[in-house]
Design a protein around this ligand. Structure first.
Ligand SMILES: [Zn+2]
Length: 289
């Protein structure tokens, strides 16, 4: 494998779509605990891409500034965590611009990347974020079995590398899936990463490496801490399982996955690095060293 993009969607545990139907005790927050994960990245000297919800910045600006201070790349995960196809296109355009400005004001640096809540991106919304000044998006996933995700139309984009597509100056990064027969298996993060034992991930990643050069991981702050979350007593067993499975040992598992990926010869890099090289040489699709 050539490059791995490690990405974090910076949102609270109660932003999860399947927990929204329950009353949440919002006094327990997991974002402040992300510091342990930043230390882990420092230990491996890895830079990651953090997609931040703008409403998280309003409560935890110090944590977002610390992520930026450690030279990680910061993108936008929207203002709130509502699904994009529930938003009106005009309101969406105003909102993504406002979210970009809130994050930029916090870190005093340009925000170029976007990832939609639950990969709910649609083509008209993709065109809108490009129009308001974002340089790339990472919401494209080929996994139709999950009903929340959208089958994003990327017509007009050309493939420039595994998982990387380009349309004019705008880039789209795909969330990888493993192709087995006619099925695409999600192996790149979230609940799937927590659920699968490490030995299974090892086999699946070895199979994946035969199909593609680049890989992308996505994780959430609540998956990086053992903090007990104050679920509503109403929570159903399925939702409880979904949010809780594998949380306790996940940070240890992520450490092992990083070591495994490094042993497979991949280099960790942040999203959006192609643009910086492209600015110096329009024809080149390379990476900053
Ligand atoms: Zn999210």
């Amino acid at each position: 494998m050539k490059y791995t993009y490690l990405t974090v969607d910076v949102e609270e545990w109660y932003d999860l779509e399947y927990l929204k139907k329950y009353d949440a005790d919002k006094s327990v927050e997991v974002i402040p605990e992300i510091i342990d994960f930043l230390d882990l990245l420092d230990e491996f000297q890895i830079k990651a891409t953090f997609f931040v919800l703008a409403n998280v910045v309003e409560r935890n600006d110090d944590i977002i500034q610390e992520i930026a201070r450690r030279n990680h790349s910061i993108g936008c995960h929207g203002y709130d965590h509502e699904l994009l196809y529930k938003k009106n296109p005009d309101e969406f355009q105003t909102e993504v611009l406002k979210a970009k400005e809130i994050i930029q004001n916090c870190i005093k640096c340009d925000v170029e990347g976007y990832r939609s809540a639950c990969f709910s991106m649609e083509r008209d919304k993709l065109d809108a974020i490009s129009k308001v000044g974002y340089a790339y998006d990472s919401s494209y996933i080929k996994f139709e079995q999950n009903q929340l995700y959208r089958n994003l139309d990327i017509n007009g984009f050309e493939s420039v590398d595994d998982l990387v597509y380009k349309n004019g100056d705008f880039f789209e990064y795909e969330i990888p899936t493993l192709k087995i027969g006619k099925y695409n298996l999600p192996i790149s993060g979230g609940g799937y990463l927590r659920l699968l034992p490490f030995w299974t991930l090892h086999i699946l990643l070895s199979m994946y490496a035969k199909q593609k050069n680049n890989f992308l991981l996505y994780i959430h702050p609540f998956e990086l801490t053992k903090t007990k979350l104050p679920f509503s007593s109403e929570i159903g067993w399925k939702d409880n399982f979904r949010v809780s499975v594998g949380r306790k040992r996940n940070l240890k598992k992520i450490r092992k996955v990083i070591m495994l990926l490094q042993s497979m010869g991949t280099e960790f890099c942040t999203l959006g690095q192609q643009q910086e090289v492209g600015e110096n040489n329009e024809k080149s699709i390379g990476y900053r060293q």
